[in-house]
Design a protein around this ligand. Structure first.
Ligand code: NDP
Length: 449
């Protein structure tokens, strides 16, 4: 084993020893470290500065009790977390996830990923993530509001426009951000708009933030397709998983650019609509009425709902996993390859398992990793912070064109870095190395702190 390999191996070993049972965090770290051997070999200063040892340990993990009262007057208790992973490039930045599966493991994996993703945007953003095991499904507005208020009663002590800036993620959309920000204002007595992003455009939010992750994903795919002769978004057949924020706006942008988006899913099944999904109806059902995907099939007619089935069985040219981690495994990747899929880009965080990624490489499918491909959300959050700091609001077109520019740059950076380190076309390695170098250089410059 070379010295570089030994250092990387020790770092992963430390993660495993220190974080028993945290399998998602281990998977996320493994995926990054696996790419870093060439850069560690070329830059002994990273090893001498202890960068590998430092970068795998979050700066701070806050864990807290979140009591709230449900509509029946019964006291419920959830667990809340904020993982402040790295502030080397700027204030901690990353979303809040409300989902019954959330644990410290989930948020450490997401916080670690966020550090690298944020570095790729080129903006001054550190990395963090937070959330709770609260499940918003089936809860009334009043219950969601009381939960958000209790969650913020504690979180408010740990965040600030120059300190830590949360946003949305699974289970945290515009409604939740509104309740969270309202409670922050109430507690602090201040109008500190830059403390949270994803706000409504009427009270300090940015145009195009809602659309940004999905739109950004498709801008990234457009760039990837320049290396894929014979396939363009126009005329392609696309499948997305999920039907939440990222899935919906990825589908909208893909269809604006001429693709036919034939299928999407939720945790209970998928819908196949050969004519192309009616995205206004989908948005009305999922976003406004907060109903299940089965309602889409009932109302739309002439399409099929497959309860309990896996959306990756649908034939497509382009697959966009936009639901959750590890939702696309080795078998799914094989099925997609057999059905002629030529490009997979991750809208969700770590949706492809390690085995799926091996299969994707083996089959020669173009692959856009989450850190790069879904960075449009946080990039636009960075633009929202900028607008808040200047007390101004840009119009939709300006934010959208900045987003497009940032996604185009991220793709170019990942591709050029992959070339530079001898792995042309490997956007995982390119993104990991480029992001690592930016964070590592900032850590070296600021000393051992
Ligand atoms: P939403 O809550 O808006 O939507 C999530 C969607 O994924 C829903 O359709 C949900 O179905 C489905 N889903 C969630 N968990 C599971 C599961 N365990 N199995 C199957 N389906 C599931 O979340 P977002 O769209 O905001 O986030 C989706 C992904 O994108 C996440 O990985 C998130 O981290 C990532 N992301 C989000 C960003 C953003 O700006 N929002 C930015 C960058 C990444 P159901 O309703 O049935 O649970």
């Amino acid at each position: 084993m070379s010295d570089a390999d030994a250092v990387l191996h020790d770092a992963l070993d430390t993660v495993v020893q220190r974080n028993p049972g945290q399998v998602l965090y281990r998977q996320a770290v493994h995926e990054v470290l696996e790419s870093l051997a060439p850069v560690v070999r070329q830059h002994p200063e990273y090893v001498e500065g202890g960068i590998l040892k430092r970068i795998i340990e979050p700066e701070r993990v806050v864990s807290f009790r979140v009591p709230w009262v449900d509509d029946n007057g019964v006291v419920q208790v959830q667990r809340g977390f904020r993982v402040q992973f790295s502030s080397d490039l700027g204030p901690y930045k990353g979303g809040l996830r409300f989902h019954k599966s959330v644990t410290e493991d989930t948020l450490k994996f997401l916080g670690f990923e966020q550090v690298f993703k944020n570095a790729l945007t080129g903006l001054g953003l550190g990395g963090g993530k937070g959330g709770s095991d609260f499940d918003p499904h089936g809860k009334s507005n009043g219950e969601v509001m009381r939960f958000c208020q209790s969650f913020m009663a504690e979180l408010a002590h740990h965040i600030g426009a120059d300190l830590d800036v949360p946003a949305g993620d699974i289970g945290v959309g515009g409604r939740e951000i509104g309740y969270l920000y309202g409670q922050y204002r109430k507690i602090t007595g201040r109008n500190e708009a830059g403390v949270i992003t994803g706000k409504g455009v009427g009270y300090g939010g940015s145009w195009a933030r809602t659309e940004a992750t999905g739109y950004g994903l498709v801008y990234f795919v457009r760039e990837m397709l320049r290396d894929c002769p014979g396939l363009t978004l126009e005329g392609s057949r696309v499948v997305v998983s999920g039907s939440g924020n990222v899935a919906l706006y990825a589908a909208k942008k893909a269809s604006q650019l001429g693709a036919t988006v034939v299928a999407c899913s939720d945790s209970q099944g998928y819908v196949l609509d050969e004519d192309g999904l009616d995205l206004d109806l989908l948005s009305e059902i999922k976003d406004v009425r907060r109903e299940r995907l089965s309602a889409y099939a009932d109302e739309r007619g002439n399409c099929t709902y497959f309860p309990g089935k896996n959306v990756w069985e649908v034939e497509c040219d382009i697959a966009l996993p936009c639901a959750t981690q590890n939702e696309l495994d080795g078998n799914d990747a094989r099925t997609l390859a057999e059905n002629g899929c030529r490009l997979i880009a991750e809208g969700a965080n770590m949706p492809c398992t390690e085995e799926a990624i091996e299969v994707i490489h083996e089959k020669g499918i173009l692959f856009g990793p989450a850190k790069a491909a879904n960075a449009g959300g946080v990039a636009t959050s960075g633009l929202e912070m900028r607008q808040n700091a200047g007390r101004l609001q840009w119009d939709f077109e300006r934010v959208d064109s900045e987003l497009d520019r940032i996604m185009t740059n991220i793709h170019a950076t990942a591709a050029a870095t992959a070339d530079e380190y001898g792995v042309p076309g490997d956007l995982i390695a390119g993104a990991n190395i480029a992001a690592f170098r930016r964070v590592a250089d900032a850590m070296l410059a600021q000393g051992v702190i």
